[in-house]
Design a protein around this ligand. Structure first.
Ligand code: BGC
Length: 764
């Protein structure tokens, strides 16, 4: 998995002097050396020390530091998460030196879209469709994470989801299997590089295996029931892509899959993950998930839960120390085998080896003299890169009469509860990022305008007027501020502000905590307090630009009707405000495309691009009653997958195929000419979709198979060609065989999933 050329082995001096002296190891011997080292170490370990390695401790109020320090000295801790400074980590690692075998701990953290510098939320990264930008964000995340002394990130999160009610939609890459798989690979490769022990790299722990994003009703932690072909076709590939890219860790999902919780699911964790996919890293349970087996109703008690999880293939126990409590007794009673424990321990030691911790337990830490004086120092941030990446993630949803870009002159009324919220612009899972360092839209606009124009600001509304929701959102940390004034007083003030301006920019949507873990919604519209504000702003008759901040597709039909322009900005990170201002004033031409379908109504969910046709498909040209539709709403989404506008226009020619047939060894090329027909330079995403017209099982009407983001100057043309091979046309058949079937295929190319050109060929 990992290239390793220089190794010094510190702790194994007692274990194997021969290895300790070795400096250069040719690649073919690396694995051998690792195995020998681990086996010799294992021989020296007591059963308690082995079980200690399986304990992944969460620092928190329920586990005070002195107790953790003592547990480390006793060899009862394998790894730690939720500590993020070198000083703290070194203090923990120092304790290891007082343990009998001095086996170093590794340190993990949820670095999902940036560590100190916060990049757009993952859904926003996906909206960039820009693999270079995403790679840049992950490389910087790794660099900053390593610079804080950490060794592993619990990322990427690659759960496919087609249900925007789920709050963790924000944390993944959306609905599409192909796009998410590409992103999974890029993220893992960028975090780890060739070697996760390198000074600017960390190990990736992909999550949440498996199908966490498919919970019934979009309710977090809920169960999943799914056919095996759909599972393997649509939901599993991103995890596999991360593993193929070398991810060192896998986090096991909290949900049940077809009745069996992932945490006790031997088929998932052993048969598929280890045997089929050849994963050789470490698996970690999700937070408290082993104890959760009792609540799932598959274990009678915690002891049985620990037994089931270990046997199924959960190597490390996050948070609840069920292994520490119960494995010794289970072993004594013959309910688990020595080998069950040893297998898990080998995997833990294996990743520690790959992290370079046996060579240097202070890897990524260095001497105390190199510790930053201020962990949030400006100099530790990567602002330019954050702005560059954030710009690529913004999606222009509507732009009537070229309302955008705005002129840098006159008076702009900036209104809305999200316009000047430093905490919200960062999004949830913002790791060690400091809100006080983030740039709000208000600040970004002021930075862009200087003295050229006037900005007037009013908050206009609270995020929501529903006190119960505010209480919920603030139940663990107080992140939603409430203005005590009456809603009408706030609206009146905003309307007065709007009246003085040439244009109104309203920044509305969700607070970051509304799109997070444990933040499922049954209604995915903008909260009523903000809609009341928008209604009043609309009544002023001023041009109305909506800057949307949210972590999931929202239902925006009404907002679409009343606004002149809408810019989807997700939660765009530390430099979000500057990036948004770049787009509002045309210093950057928006190029993002939706990674997830935006429904018209929550009742349409699940709604996504790669659907099956049904035997009675709805035809908008010839609407008929007895077709697959709702009678109270137009079929189809408000904004389809892959959609996004630009300040320039592009045309796409008809598709040229290099041949009308393809055999199993050949490559067929599908090409279009894309032209920038407008007056500005701009980038767009050319998307290739394929349909297997007749197959042994029903296949999607359109599946994304490739894409290319291209930048074109005004008037510039470019031929974009996509190779298609037989491999691209395979699918999981009813026997779970990954096959292609001869016959007709449709090819579609367009700048979104609905507005496409079409051609056909035959697979021989
Ligand atoms: C989440 C994981 C996360 C873990 C540690 C859990 O509740 O589901 O995604 O990595 O907590 O913070």
């Amino acid at each position: 998995m990992i290239k390793r050329y220089f190794l010094g082995v510190m702790i194994c001096l007692a274990v194997s002097p021969a290895i300790a002296e070795q400096q250069y190891v040719a690649p073919q011997y690396q694995l051998k050396e690792k195995q020998i080292f681990i086996e010799k170490l294992m021989q020296q370990m007591t059963m308690e020390e082995k079980i200690g390695q399986l304990n992944l401790v969460s620092i928190g109020s329920d586990y005070p530091k002195p107790a953790i320090m003592a547990a480390i000295r006793d060899g009862k801790v394998g790894a730690m998460f939720n500590t993020v400074t070198k000083v703290d980590i070194r203090r923990m690692q120092d304790q290891v030196q007082y343990s009998r075998l001095k086996i170093p701990l590794f340190y993990a953290y949820d670095v999902v879209h940036g560590q100190r510098t916060v990049f757009p939320i993952s859904l926003g990264l996906a909206a960039s469709w820009d693999m270079d930008a995403v790679a840049l964000s992950a490389r910087i995340s790794a660099k900053e994470t390593a610079a804080d002394g950490l060794n592993m990130t619990f990322s990427p999160m690659v759960d496919i989801t087609r249900d925007p009610r789920w709050g963790r939609v924000s944390e993944g890459f959306g609905e599409d299997t192909y796009l998410t798989s590409r992103l999974a690979k890029v993220m893992v490769e960028s975090y780890q590089g060739d070697d996760p022990s390198a000074p600017d790299r960390v190990m990736a722990n992909v999550k949440h295996y498996a199908l966490y994003g498919a919970g019934e009703g979009g309710r977090d932690y809920n169960s999943v029931d799914m056919s095996l072909p759909k599972m393997f076709q649509d939901y599993m590939p991103p995890y596999q892509a991360a593993i193929d890219a070398g991810a060192g860790g896998v986090m096991v999902a909290l949900n049940a899959v077809n009745g069996i919780p992932a945490t006790s699911n031997t088929w998932l964790l052993t048969d598929v993950l280890r045997q089929q996919w050849k994963f050789n890293g470490v698996t970690v349970s999700d937070h408290g998930a082993i104890g959760g087996l009792v609540k799932h109703g598959v274990a009678e008690n915690d002891r049985q839960a620990a037994m089931m999880a270990l046997k199924a293939g959960v190597n490390m126990d996050m948070y609840d120390n069920m292994y520490g409590k119960y494995l010794p007794g289970l072993l004594k009673d013959g309910l688990i085998k020595q080998q069950d424990i040893d297998t898990a321990v080998r995997n833990v030691l294996g990743v520690k080896w790959d992290m370079g911790l046996f060579a240097d337990p202070y890897r990524h830490l260095g001497p105390a003299s190199t510790d930053p004086v201020d962990t949030n120092a400006e100099s530790r941030l990567h602002r330019a890169e954050a702005r560059e990446v954030a710009r690529t993630s913004l999606v222009l949803l509507k732009n009537d009469h070229n309302t955008l870009p705005l002129a840098k002159s006159g008076t702009i009324a900036l209104i809305g509860p999200l316009a000047d919220s430093q905490r919200d612009v960062m999004g949830s899972w913002s790791a060690a990022g400091a809100a006080k360092q983030s740039v709000t839209v208000y600040q970004g606009i002021k930075n862009a305008l200087g003295t050229q124009a006037t900005v007037l600001y009013s908050v206009g509304a609270n995020i929501t007027d529903d006190a119960a929701i505010v209480k919920y959102l603030n139940s663990y940390d107080k992140s939603v501020e409430v203005d005590p004034r009456s809603p009408q007083a706030m609206i009146d003030e905003a309307v007065n502000t709007a009246k003085k301006a040439d244009v109104v920019v309203a920044v509305v949507g969700e607070s970051q905590g509304m799109a997070h873990e444990a933040s499922s919604r049954s209604d995915i519209s903008i909260p009523q307090s903000q809609r009341d504000l928008l209604k009043a702003l609309k009544a002023t008759g001023k041009p109305l630009v909506l800057v949307l901040m949210n972590g999931r597709p929202l239902t925006l039909g009404w907002e679409n009707d009343i606004s002149d322009a809408m810019l989807e900005t997700w939660f765009s990170g530390t430099e979000g405000g500057n990036a948004i201002a770049d787009v509002l004033f045309g210093d950057y031409n928006p190029s993002g495309k939706l990674p997830m379908t935006f429904p018209r109504s929550v009742g349409q969910i699940p709604i996504y691009n790669s659907v099956l046709n049904t035997g009675r498909p709805f035809n908008p040209q010839k609407p008929d009653k007895y077709t697959s539709r709702y009678f109270d709403i137009t079929n189809g989404p408000l904004f389809p997958f892959g959609y996004g506008l630009s300040y320039t226009d592009f045309s796409v020619s008809d598709i040229t195929l290099s041949s009308t047939t393809l055999d199993s060894k050949g490559t067929l090329t599908a090409s279009v000419t894309v032209t920038n027909t407008g007056k500005r330079s701009g980038a767009t995403v050319v998307q290739l979709y394929v349909q297997d017209v007749v197959a042994s099982i029903s296949r999607p009407v359109k599946e994304l198979k490739n894409f290319s983001k291209v930048m074109l100057q005004p008037g510039e043309q470019r031929v974009i060609s996509f190779p298609i091979t037989e491999q691209d046309l395979r699918f999981y058949n009813e026997n779970l065989k990954w096959v292609s079937e001869a016959g007709k295929f449709n090819v579609f190319i367009g700048l979104d999933s609905q507005n496409v050109k079409r051609q056909s060929f035959l697979l021989l």
